[in-house]
Design a protein around this ligand. Structure first.
Ligand SMILES: Nc1ncnc2c1ncn2[C@@H]1O[C@H](COP(=O)(O)OP(=O)(O)OP(=O)(O)O)[C@@H](O)[C@H]1O
Ligand SMILES: [Mg+2]
Length: 215
């Protein structure tokens, strides 16, 4: 699988995705595609990785499989991120940093270079109304229903991992439930699998309708 970009901000993200995949080669606790190579040609950045069979959760939910099976997949989607959030951060090569402060600095940088949909007013609010600190964990960093692959055997794999680092698990939680925030059966299924935390409405809003706007 060759993932290619030719744009400033995406080049930066692809490089980070490559280095994350590279750092995860010799382990089996976090399931991701295998890193093969990262290279630049002309104006493009390129990441070569293993092609993984399967479909995204988003595709599965849009298919005509039975409703019960969709609920089971959403529960597994919750379980899968619960597992990631429960891992011992010291066992991996992720930097320990003040994640939220760092994200806000990046948001400002993207804003100043017109590379984001967020705006100055929103950024000011996000800086002023940071949620109460919560223990940091390994996070996926963009845990949407588009960024997991489900194999035929039912196993899951994380893809699009440029945001994987040590950070606030509520960010993953918020993005995970975003597409079915008003669907009670889907939400219940998610929290059957995800027993790490239950985000408040204010926190959900901060991460999903706030911080995420900048990325
Ligand atoms: N290693 C892989 N093996 C098989 N399919 C993959 C792999 N990586 C990505 N894909 C497929 O490509 C799609 C896009 O990949 P990815 O999520 O990494 O890109 P993206 O940065 O979100 O780009 P876009 O915004 O265009 O979707 C995925 O939804 C998935 O269907
Ligand atoms: Mg993606």
């Amino acid at each position: 699988m060759l993932k290619t970009t030719n744009h400033n901000i995406y080049d930066e993200w692809l490089k980070k995705e490559a280095s994350t995949l590279k750092s995860l080669i010799n382990q089996n606790e976090i399931s991701v595609p295998k890193f093969y190579d990262f290279f630049k040609i002309k104006n493009t950045s390129n990441l070569l990785m293993s092609f993984e069979n399967g479909i995204t959760l988003s595709e599965a939910l849009n298919s005509n499989i039975p409703h019960k099976q969709k609920l089971k997949l959403i529960e597994k989607f919750g379980q899968y991120i619960y597992h990631l959030h429960s891992l011992d951060t010291n066992k991996f090569h992720f930097k320990h940093d003040d994640w939220l402060t760092h994200q806000l600095i990046k948001a400002e940088k993207y804003l100043n270079s017109n590379q984001t949909e967020g705006n100055q007013k929103l950024l000011t609010i996000l800086k002023k109304e940071k949620p109460k600190y919560m223990k940091q964990t390994i996070i996926h960093g963009d845990y949407t229903i588009d960024n997991v692959l489900i194999n035929l055997d039912g196993s899951f794999k994380f893809i699009d991992v440029s945001g994987m680092e040590i950070g606030d698990p509520r960010y993953d939680e918020a993005l995970a439930i975003r597409k079915f925030i008003n669907k009670h059966d889907y939400l219940n299924a998610f929290y059957k699998g995800y027993q790490y935390n239950k985000i408040t409405f204010v926190e959900y809003n901060y991460f999903c309708n706030g911080l995420y706007e900048f990325f």
